[in-house]
Structures are given as structure tokens and as C-alpha cells.
Design a protein around this ligand. Sequence first.
Ligand SMILES: NC(=O)c1ccc[n+]([C@@H]2O[C@H](COP(=O)([O-])OP(=O)(O)OC[C@H]3O[C@@H](n4cnc5c(N)ncnc54)[C@H](O)[C@@H]3O)[C@@H](O)[C@H]2O)c1
Ligand SMILES: Cc1ncc(C=O)c(C(=O)O)c1O
Length: 311
Amino acid sequence: MSSLPNIATVIGSGTMGPGIAATLARAGATVRLYDISDEAIARAEAAYGVVTGVLEAVGSPMVPGGSVSFGTDLDEALAGTGLIIEAVPEKLELKQKVFADIEARVGDDVIIATNTSGIPITTMAESMTLPGRLIGMHWSNPPHLIPMIEIIPGKATDLALVDKLAEIVKSFNYVPVIEKEIPGFVENRVLYAILRECMALLEEGIVTPEGLDACVKWGIGYKLSVVGPTRLLDMAGLDIYQAVSGYLNKELDVSTDTPQFIKDKIAAGQLGFKTGGGMYEYGEGDVDAKRKEIITGLIAARKTLSSIPNV
Ligand SMILES: NC(=O)c1ccc[n+]([C@@H]2O[C@H](COP(=O)([O-])OP(=O)(O)OC[C@H]3O[C@@H](n4cnc5c(N)ncnc54)[C@H](O)[C@@H]3O)[C@@H](O)[C@H]2O)c1
Ligand SMILES: Cc1ncc(C=O)c(C(=O)O)c1O
């Protein structure tokens, strides 16, 4: 019998919610996707066919009986649910308000998982009636394509939930990575270390955005998609790592704030795909075309990576 609850609820239907909902439905769950915004729900409904097409394309096994329903009624979304995944914007107070609204409506045994990118679970759980039921379940974007989920218990989390959630994650053929709590968790600590250096290199004019993307894609992304950073050190030689890190680590960017040129772009309304401009400019139809290229590339890469051994 699958460990995935029969009914699951996803709270927040923005970038992450719809892909999470579709993945759980594909694994056989009756999923309720909830948002406060009618537009967000309408967008998710309109895009649902594309998302399920992607799951089909990567050969994600389909357990019959799964479905997604879309709505803005929280009581309906939570009725009979066994697993709630919160995916609302990354704001502590908002998430805590959502947990309070949920706790007022569900039984004590319902698991509440949060897709926070890195706010400590312990902090988020402080306002909860039953803090032991909150656990970090960090999906990577796009969630219906990246088959790995970080699982992070907070200080108050009931430890039985860790194994339970890991079994749920395995039930839809994703890899659970269980971690100790630390701000940003593991994936975003590594990603943001890379992004900090990348943004500093751009700000200093050391390389163009196109050059940076090519260098990181081939020099780092391609290799790390096959070997992982730990094995990479064996491949390079620990002596080489010592020699290079000895002079290079002290040169790397250590700034603690978001770079000014990114703040300026945000102030000018340049947020990326969602506003039609960000690090690059996009003309009519360019965003849709880029999204398609990215999804096509991720499907092809996932098929290839799934067919070779873990190194
Ligand atoms: N975008 C990413 O790449 C990514 C990856 C992994 C994790 N995350 C994390 O997942 C969470 C969601 O991120 P996102 O990118 O999908 O955000 P988003 O801004 O794209 O979507 C959030 C959705 O939540 C809805 N919402 C706001 N308040 C709500 C409420 N009270 N109840 C229900 N819905 C509400 C909004 O209407 C919106 O549709 C964040 O914590 C984020 O850090 C994001
Ligand atoms: C820039 C960025 N920030 C956060 C996350 C996830 O929490 C992602 C991602 O999953 O890709 C990201 O790209």
C-alpha cells in the first residue's frame, strides 16, 4: 500500500504549487490545489495539461485514480486531507498565518509540510499549536521535473514524520535527502554560494551574462550533473583542491546583501520571465519560447541522467 495519503492539499498555486500538485496526482492522490487568487487558480488550470504532458514525457509512472481540483475555498481544500504542502510566498508572517488558518481546520494527525526555500522550520513552528507536525519539504523548481526533495525537521518536529515523509517521497520515485536544519538548507546554500560569486563577477564586468551562462553550464553544471561535488574532488585530486583553495578562497565574494544592480532591476519592475525582462530582455513570444527550451532540455537531461549510474 502506498504511503502517500489518499487526499493531499497544496496551498499556493504560483510557480511551485501546480507542479507539486500534478506530481502527487500522478502518484495516485486526490489533490486539492488552493490559492487566495482566482487568477492564480485560473492560470494553474490552464497550464495543467502542459504539466501532465511533461510528467508523461519523463516517463513518470502513473498510478490510476489521481486527480487535481482547483479552488479558492480553504475549507473545501482541507476536508479529509492527510498531507498539506504549503507553497505561499517566502514571508515568515504570511506562512505563520497560513499555518494558523490550517490548524484551525484540520485534525491533529495531519502532516503540514512547508516548501520554504530556507526559513528555519523551528522559527516557523514557533506560532503553531502543534509545532511537532511541521516539517520542511523543499522541492526544487520545476517541481514536476527535479526528482529530489530535501526533508528538514525543525527542533520541535515529531521525528517519526521524517521517515514517514521520506517514504511518501519515495512512493513517487523522488530521492529524499534528509538534512539537519540550517538556514537555506543544503541545496540553496550551495546554489546561493554559486549565485553570489556569479553576480559579483557580472557586477565587476569580468564576464558577460552569456559568457557566464556558458561557463557555468559546461564547466560546472554538466560535470556536476554526473559526478556530484564530493566525487569531483576525488576526480580532480585533493592536493589540487588544497593548492587552489589556498589562494582562491580568500578572493571569493563574501558580500552579505543582494547586489545593488539586482535591487535596481527589481525597483524597475524587471523580475525575470514573470515581467518579460530581468537579467535578459525578452521580446514578444520570447519568454514562452525560452520556457519551452528549458523544459525540453530538462526532460532530455533527466532521461539521460536516469539512464546512467549514480557516480
Ligand atoms: N520559485 C522557486 O524556484 C522555488 C523553488 C523552491 C521553493 N520555493 C518556495 O516555495 C514557496 C512558493 O514559491 P513560489 O515561487 O511558488 O511563489 P509564487 O509567488 O510564485 O506563488 C505563491 C502563490 O501563493 C499565493 N498565496 C499568497 N498568499 C496566500 C495564502 N494566504 N493562501 C494561499 N495562497 C496564497 C499567491 O497568490 C501565489 O499564487 C516559497 O516559500 C518559495 O521560497 C520556490
Ligand atoms: C534562485 C532560486 N532560489 C530558490 C530556489 C529554491 O528554493 C531555486 C530553485 O529551486 O531553482 C532557485 O532557482
